[in-house]
Design a binder for this molecule. Structure first.
Ligand code: G3H
Ligand code: 13P
Ligand code: NA
Ligand code: ZN
Length: 328
């Protein structure tokens, strides 16, 4: 059954677990996540970006989710809109049946230019008013996502590509977070604590802490009833990266967020953990390997099945690691 983000994350907070929010664009991804959720008895967050809706069309997205709910009626499911760039985008998702929307007012409507704090407050408060009137939850975002190792905001975040930022500039300010929540009433807040979008997060194998864990704790202490969200939380599995490259891929050496640090984050108030890149890497690795090792196959079901199995493996690991398993 469909539930809101607020309902799901309130439960997660009560029981001290985190919920992976996987990006979905097609049937194989939805099925991979749902099979893993079913096997581990986990509630799920399926999220769709503007790019997903452009790829599949919002009607297909809606019906894929509907199908998942019919097939697995006992799994609580939140359908969340990832990175809404404007109130209009959020309104369309509410109309399309999403139970949660993200208004990313940290960027202007072009999803590139950093916004002022005042703009972010105003636009997010507007979406909260509209969404809450419809029984839909809202995630906001405060801060500039970026890797603390490189001092550069994620390439795929479109911000700060030129100048390096200081550590302080790259972290969400706890006092501002409290003011933001007070003025907007968001249910969940995406914070900048050292993660960045995409596959290229860290250039070296993580040694010591790569995230600002103490900052998570400080923010959580000021806004205990607002659920913290970590974007850019793929761990970039080295085995899948190697498989992609072994079978003709050309990805650079790169490292993601260690699962242990996400577990630390969950301990200090992180409830929603966004993952897209990891499923992309697993799917691509599995398909490349299948194509290379079974050159006579030309039935798409065979290689898509391989991709589903690979994605499901990642989902199983995350449901277990984040403590989601058993809470469906
Ligand atoms: O934050 C971005 C997500 O990884 C979705 O990516 O916009 O290419 O669908 P996308
Ligand atoms: P990754 O690129 O680390 O998977 O992050 C996805 C994300 O934050 C979607 O909003
Ligand atoms: Na941001
Ligand atoms: Zn994101």
């Amino acid at each position: 059954a469909m539930i809101t983000l607020r309902q799901l994350l309130d439960h997660a907070a009560e029981h001290g677990y985190g919920v992976p929010a996987f990006n979905v664009n097609n049937m194989e991804q939805v099925q991979a996540i749902m099979h893993a959720a079913n096997e581990t008895d986990s509630p799920v967050i399926l999220q769709s970006s503007a790019g997903a809706r452009k790829y599949a069309g919002s009607v297909f997205i809606r019906h894929l989710i509907q199908a998942a709910m019919e097939e697995w009626p006992h799994i609580p499911l939140c359908l969340h809109q990832d990175h809404g760039a404007s109130p209009a985008v959020c309104a369309r998702s509410i109309q399309a049946g999403f139970s949660s929307v993200m208004m990313d007012g940290s960027l202007m409507e072009d999803a590139k230019t950093p916004a002022t704090y005042e703009y972010n407050v105003e636009i997010t408060a507007k979406v909260v008013e509209m969404a809450h009137a419809c029984g839909v939850s809202v995630e906001g975002e405060l801060g500039v996502l970026g890797s603390l190792e490189t001092g550069i905001a994620g390439k795929e975040d479109g911000v700060g590509a030129e100048g390096k930022l200081t550590r302080e500039q790259m972290l969400t300010d706890p006092v501002q977070a409290a003011d933001f929540v007070k003025k907007t009433g968001v249910d969940a807040l995406a914070i900048a604590i050292g993660t960045s979008h995409g596959a290229y997060k860290f250039t070296r194998p993580p040694s010591g802490e790569v995230l600002a864990i103490s900052r998570i704790k400080e923010i959580h202490e000021r806004i205990p009833n607002t659920h913290l969200v970590m974007h850019g939380s793929s761990s970039v599995p080295q085995d899948w990266l190697a498989i992609v490259n072994e079978y003709g891929g050309d990805l650079g050496q790169t490292y993601g967020v260690p699962v242990e640090e996400i577990q630390q984050g969950i301990k200090f108030g992180v409830r929603k953990i966004n993952i897209d890149t990891d499923l992309r890497l697993a799917a691509t690795g599995a398909i490349r390997r299948h194509m290379a090792t079974k050159p006579k196959d030309f039935d798409p079901r065979k290689y898509l099945k391989a991709s589903s199995e690979a994605m499901k493996g990642i989902c199983l690991e995350r449901f277990q690691a984040f403590g989601t398993a058993g809470y469906a």
